[in-house]
Every structure is written in structure tokens, then in C-alpha cells.
Design a protein around this ligand. Structure first.
Ligand code: ATP
Ligand code: MG
Length: 556
């Protein structure tokens, strides 16, 4: 149970506090209602953390309900992926999973009730005609010629719809509300349409499917939801939500509240657009580490705690805004800085030969897994005559600002000894190939007795014991902050969003678990992808840099 001190505060929780205080409700019952037409993204995480977080903090319940009224767009694979993601984020739904399709029989009954009350009618106008009759924001709509059909006739038509007697688009059931309402959604909205589609839950039982606005409020009421939380685009639809519940015989009375969607810079939140990225092979799948999906973030090395923390920091308001990517990254960086074991890897290697070591020297040195968390233990790293260091960690000569290896100067090898560079080899192009040095055997874990100082500390990996690995670095997927606004979002894809390199990792990383994050010292946070490349090399994904790269700070 979350402690009261750390509870977030927002306008929705204020409403809940007031409802509990006044006795309107005794407890809270929320729901997270995804449509299984794609993978969940970070925007959904905001809704998940809000709904499940309320259940945790108020000792309430939260359902996972699949809002599955669009069988053509939905898929059982999405249902399964969504369940996995909610679980992974650390939340438990109350009881069994719910499906709106579980209520199709009841929904049908409520539609009959509306028909019997003269509040719904079967309209045989074409979709085009219905659109025209709806009017505009400035002009009221006009009544359909079918609006005053008798309840008996409507009921017979509605049953015929259910029995497959009409073709798709031939007719639909509409609520009879107000064609001159200033809310377009109240101008006799369609509440059932004919679709001869196989449904992942109900199979071929139905050839008519209820619309979202009719289904959602009734599903909420059937499940005894107290506070039905959705995003701002449904603000107007609240009238319809209330109208349906006010006009059918159902006891429970949920209320809808709207909050603003999460938008993140340099990415998109629409499942439809994300699906297009997948289908057109711009990414490797819904779980591509560049995707803003929960599955993508997981593969990228994000932790559930970091995503929950992010959702807490962005808060819940009614103000539309776009959050900087740096904020999401800060959350995972802070979490990994605290919890990720340290390791050494060299991504652009040059060889360093320690000339005063015997050829077969192997010394297993202790390397702490975390600089200030002894409880995280240590591992052994092999120190050998030939090791790799980063190409950029050596220069023939350099000024004082360069805190790395220079000829005739000393650096400390991380977790090991002082070394002093003495000479180096170059290839025909002048690229350094090998650096030769001498180490000071008195400097393991201590400073030299004469008080000499090293220029800096550099990381390294044994050349004989290190293991080759594929290193994948990621950049923003799009080149513009708001790709959704681009005419063609494929025009603004970043061609360099994935950079693949080969590196060398310390041997202990061979046992890395998929998605376990490591700080590759001085390089950034990386996790094992769980897969190997075509050459059998382990793939490591960069989660995030050590510093905010968006602030363009030089990685020192
Ligand atoms: P998309 O536009 O990405 O397809 P959606 O709203 O159609 O999103 P649903 O599966 O219907 O996706 O959403 C399930 C729940 O998650 C809804 O309550 C919805 O309001 C919420 N949600 C979806 N996107 C966001 C977002 N960007 N920020 C906050 N909540 C969101
Ligand atoms: Mg939707």
C-alpha cells in the first residue's frame, strides 16, 4: 500500500476526496479501458498510473477493460500485449479481465429499452445523408425522415438488424436526442451499426456492434465504476454519457471526468500512426526500442519504476501540453544511476599493450558494482597484458583539459592501476592502432607513494577475455518536435535514429539478463536486448546517456 505522504495530488483526486467525504461513494472503482487495436504507449501509462494509482491509494478497485467494439481493427495479440504491459508496469486489475463485449447482450437490451421509450430509431438514410443532416457547428441539423417511426416498427427493424437481414451501411440505430444541440455528439448519434465481422471474443455471434459512446457509459455502470476517467477529447461526449445513463434502467451511476492527454516531443502517441510505422517497416515492430510504446521502452531498458515516476511528475491536469523527452529520460537515468550495476565496455576500441606485464598475465581484479552501494557487491574483471581502451581516450599530446591518456602522462585504469603511455603505432592513414604503456604495480586501489596524480580515469576491457558485442545507440525517431503535425510524418523520420556499432564488453556481461540495465562506465546506460545478431553477438541497447544529451552537453 502506498504511503499517504507520497500520494500525488491533482484535481481528480480532489474530486474523489470530496465524493468520499460527502458520502456520495464509499470507495473508488476506476477502470483502464484500452481498445485492443495496438500496443500501449507512454500516454496510456499516464492513464494506467492514474486509474490504478487511485485504486492503490484509496483502497479501491481498478478494472482492466477491453473496449472492444471495433472487431475489424482489433486483435487478440493486442489483448495479450496490453495485459503484459499493465502487469509489467506493476499493476493488478481487480478480478477477471473485463471486455465490453461481455455486455453485448445487456447493451442490446438497453438499446431495446431506448427504442421502446421512443428514444432510439432505426435510420435507413445513407451515411452520406446522415452526415448532411447533422448540420454544422453554425447550422443546426435536420431531422431524419425515420425519426418518428413507431417503437414497434423500430424494434422489428432493430431485431432484423441483429438477425443479419440488412447489409452493412443499409441502416443503423440512432439515439433520438436533439438535432439542434450545440454539441454535435447529441445530434442523434449512431449507437449501433451493422458489421459482418468476426470478433476476437464473441466470434460470429453478432453482426451488429454498439458504438463507443453507447457502450462505454453502460460498461462503466455495469461494473459499478465510480469515477470514469478519460482524456479531454471526450469532454463534449460527457453529455451523451449522461444522457444514456439517465434514460436506461440501471442503478449504478458513474461520472466521467476528463484530463489532458500526454504528448511527448519528437514522437507520436496515436496507435494508428504507430501502426503505420510498424506496417511500413520504418521500425522493427511495436517493441522497437525507438517506439514510445511500453514494449519499446521496456526493450530499451526503461524500468517500470521510471515510467511510474515520470507519470507522477507530469501530473494530471486539464491543460494540454507537450512534455520534453528530457523529462522521461531524466526519470530512467535517475533510477538506473541508483540501481544499475556498473560494467565496462569499449565501443570504439584501440589496443593498449602494457609492456611491463608478462604475456600470459591474468589478474582477476575486484570491481565494485556500484560506487556508493557496497551492498550491490562486486565482480571480477580480468587484467591482462593487452587491453582495449576507447579511441578517444588517447592522444599523442593534449592540453591540460584533456583528462585522458597522453604520451608520457599517466591515467588510472578504472578499478585497476596507473598506466603511463610511452609510444604508439599508426596505420597509413595516421589512425592510432596500438598504444604501448607501462603500469605501476603499486597503485592498485591506492595512490603512488610519491604523491603523483593521474590525469584522469579511463575504462578498459581485457583484449583476450573481453567479448565482442553489438552496441545499438538510439536517437529521437523524428527530426521535428511535433511529427504528428507534419503533412507526411514519414518525411520527418530521423534517418540516424539507430546507429549500430561493434564493441567489446567485460566477460561478466555474458550472463546479463534481458532488459537488466547496466551503466557502462563513462558511456551511458545499456541493457541486453535479449537477442543476438546474425553473427551471434549479444545486442546491447542504449537506454539513455549519462547526461541530458538534449542539452547538448559535451560528454566529458
Ligand atoms: P490512441 O489515439 O493512441 O489510439 P486512444 O485514446 O484511442 O489512443 P484507447 O485504447 O482508447 O486509446 O485508450 C485507453 C485509455 O488511455 C483511454 O482512457 C484514453 O483516454 C487513455 N489515453 C490514450 N492516450 C492517452 C494519452 N496520450 N495520454 C493520456 N491518456 C491517454
Ligand atoms: Mg480510442
Amino acid at each position: 500500500m502506498a504511503d499517504t505522504e507520497n500520494r500525488p495530488s491533482n484535481f481528480i483526486r480532489n474530486i474523489i476526496d470530496a465524493d468520499l467525504a460527502s458520502g456520495k461513494y464509499e470507495t473508488t472503482h476506476t477502470r483502464f479501458p484500452p481498445e485492443p487495436n495496438g500496443f500501449l504507449h507512454i500516454g496510456h501509462a499516464k492513464s494506467i498510473v492514474l486509474n490504478f494509482g487511485i485504486a492503490q491509494d484509496y483502497n479501491g478497485k481498478c478494472n482492466l477493460r477491453f473496449d472492444d467494439t471495433n472487431p475489424e481493427k482489433e486483435d487478440i495479440n493486442y489483448v495479450n500485449a496490453i495485459k503484459e504491459d499493465v502487469n509489467w508496469l506493476g499493476f493488478k486489475w481487480d478480478g477477471d479481465i473485463c471486455y465490453s463485449s461481455n455486455y453485448f447482450d445487456q447493451l442490446f437490451g438497453y438499446a431495446e429499452e431506448l427504442i421502446n421509450k421512443g428514444l432510439a430509431y432505426v435510420d435507413f438514410s445513407s451515411q452520406e445523408q446522415i452526415r448532411e443532416m447533422r448540420g454544422t457547428l453554425k447550422a443546426p441539423g435536420t431531422n431524419s425522415p425515420y425519426r418518428d417511426t413507431s417503437p414497434e416498427e423500430n424494434l422489428a427493424h432493430f431485431h432484423a438488424m441483429r438477425d443479419g437481414k440488412f447489409k452493412e451501411g443499409e441502416c443503423c440505430l440512432r439515439a433520438k436526442i436533439d438535432m439542434s444541440s450545440s454539441f454535435m455528439c447529441m445530434r442523434d448519434p449512431v449507437i449501433y451499426r451493422v458489421r459482418f465481422a468476426h470478433h476476437h471474443q464473441t466470434g460470429d455471434k453478432w453482426c451488429i456492434y454498439p458504438m463507443y459512446d453507447f457502450t462505454h457509459c453502460i460498461s462503466d455502470a455495469i461494473e459499478n465504476i465510480t469515477h470514469s476517467l478519460c482524456t479531454l477529447e471526450f469532454q463534449d461526449n460527457r453529455r451523451l454519457y449522461d444522457w444514456v445513463l439517465d434514460n436506461i434502467s440501471i442503478e449504478s451511476r458513474p461520472h466521467q471526468y476528463e484530463f489532458s492527454r500526454l504528448n511527448l516531443e519528437y514522437t507520436m502517441m496515436s496507435k494508428r500512426k504507430l501502426n503505420a510505422l510498424v506496417v511500413d517497416n520504418h521500425v522493427s515492430g511495436w517493441d522497437d526500442p525507438r517506439m514510445p510504446t511500453i514494449a519499446g521502452l521496456r526493450r530499451r531498458g526503461y524500468t517500470p519504476a521510471s515510467i511510474r515516476e515520470f507519470c507522477k511528475r507530469i501530473g494530471v491536469t486539464k491543460v494540454d501540453n507537450t512534455v520534453e523527452m528530457g523529462m522521461l529520460e531524466a526519470c530512467v537515468r535517475e533510477d538506473l544511476n541508483e540501481h544499475a550495476p556498473r560494467a565496462m565496455a569499449v565501443i570504439d576500441p584501440i589496443k593498449l599493450v602494457i609492456e611491463n606485464l608478462p604475456d600470459d598475465h591474468i589478474e582477476w581484479l575486484d570491481a565494485p558494482n556500484h560506487p556508493n552501494k557496497e551492498e550491490m557487491g562486486s565482480r571480477k574483471v580480468p587484467f591482462t597484458k593487452e587491453i582495449y581502451i576507447e579511441r578517444e581516450d588517447f592522444r599523442e599530446s593534449a592540453n591540460k583539459k584533456y583528462k585522458r591518456l597522453v604520451i608520457d602522462k599517466e591515467v588510472r585504469l578504472r578499478n585497476a592501476y596507473f598506466v603511463k603511455a610511452v609510444r604508439f603505432d599508426q596505420d597509413d592513414q595516421g589512425n592510432v592502432t596500438t598504444v604501448y604503456c607501462e603500469y605501476d604495480p603499486t597503485t592498485l586501489g591506492k595512490l603512488p607513494a610519491d604523491g603523483r596524480k593521474a590525469k584522469g580515469v579511463i575504462h578498459w576491457v581485457s583484449a583476450s577475455h573481453g567479448v565482442e558485442a553489438e552496441i545499438r545507440d538510439y536517437d529521437r525517431l523524428f527530426t521535428v518536435a511535433n511529427p504528428a503535425a507534419a503533412e507526411e510524418f514519414t518525411d520527418v523520420l530521423n534517418p540516424d535514429s539507430l546507429v549500430i556499432r561493434k564493441g567489446v564488453i567485460e566477460p561478466s556481461l555474458v550472463d546479463a539478463e534481458p532488459q537488466q540495465g547496466y551503466q557502462f562506465e563513462r558511456l551511458g546506460y545499456y541493457c541486453f536486448d535479449g537477442s543476438k545478431n546474425e553473427d551471434g553477438l549479444m545486442i546491447f541497447n542504449k537506454t539513455v546517456g549519462l547526461r541530458d544529451s538534449w542539452a547538448k552537453e559535451e560528454n566529458k
